[in-house]
Design a binder for this molecule. Sequence first.
Ligand code: HEC
Length: 393
Amino acid sequence: MIDPYFLDWVGLLFRWFHFMMGVAWIGASFYFVWLNNTVRPLESGGKPGVAGELWAVHGGAFYQVAKYAGAPEKLPKTLHWFKWEAYLTWLSGFSLLALFWWANPRTTMIDPQVMALEPWQAATIGATTLFGGWLVYDGLCRSPLKNHGTALAGILFAFIVATAYGLSEVLSARAAYLHVGAMLGTWMAANVWRVIIPGQAAMVDAMIKGEPPPIERGQAGALRSLHNNYLTLPVLFVMISGHFPATWGHPRGWAILAVLGLIGAGYRHHVNLEERGQAKHWILPALGAAFVGLALLVRPTPAAPKGDQPHISMARVQQIVAKHCLACHSSEPIQPGIAVAPKGVKLETPEEIRREAAKIRQQVVVAKIMPLGNLTGMTDEERELIGQWADQQ
Ligand code: HEC
């Protein structure tokens, strides 16, 4: 067992790197989508074989980019490929998942109120979601559905929502969200690794041999690129969703994820259209209305009016906190795997507890994610008491 303190630093490094590579990957792919949408035939007529050109100024220099309709007559000596951003994003994300979730399911993936899984069962569900999910997705994309893009997209959406629902019935709410995101991220990286890059390599090979380019491979690559384009923003949401317990902590978290996913993909669609000069002006307001509507719809019902409830004493609250929280939330946590009070939340004195009242209510009563994994078996009555106390603050 690695010292939890150093494990924290390993986590820092991996997460930082994962974030950095993700920015590079998404930045490059959004740039190429933009480029493809923006190149226009030059008025003066371009070079032979050139379908469009584009001038840009950035960082104090001028750039001219040309897009070829097919392959150039002669291949340049160096041809840049964009793949390591994708591979490294996935590898670092996968390491984080394996190291911090699958290796420690008791505190991260298992919620006994959802299902009392054994750690190996939770880890197996996690791994199956990633690898099994890819097999299903890849199989669908290779089936005759590949020629019916909209039907395929509909089926994929249904599959993603079904996965989110299924996971929410077996894993902790947050683990369910994260695994949906990790599954989609796996599709995206594997699309690059297994389909897009090999397709491009086949095209280059055919060119060198003077054969016609393999059109099928090009079409498969285009389909996967299109999926990646639309999956990006939903996946980014899942990656920051940990900060928003109102989403995954909701009893229908899976449905909220579905709506936010559609809003993310819809926004990407709007950008794609706009870049091509085909903007539809109703899309943005519709997305905004959906977002606000969702926020209003899932708002937790306000607590019962104050006054007609018995006063909850601090002594009683301290008793509950000592039993259920202090193992982690103290200056010297005794819970294995917790080196310092998580998120700096210490609950040792009445002042500390009072200061965190709103957050405690959110975590214990609304989202019900604390105590972590309900390791200490907090009862519904205790949660209710904490809720009444928090309302009286
Ligand atoms: C087994 C360890 C453990 C126990 C027991 C535990 N927590 Fe936590 N708590 C954590 C961890 C880990 C986090 C950080 C979660 C994250 O990264 O989002 C956390 C975060 C929090 C936060 C901050 C949330 C935020 O996003 O700002 C609050 C508030 C909190 N816990 C309250 C409680 C209360 C109240 C109890 C007792 C009823 C409790 N916790 C029991 C491990 C624990």
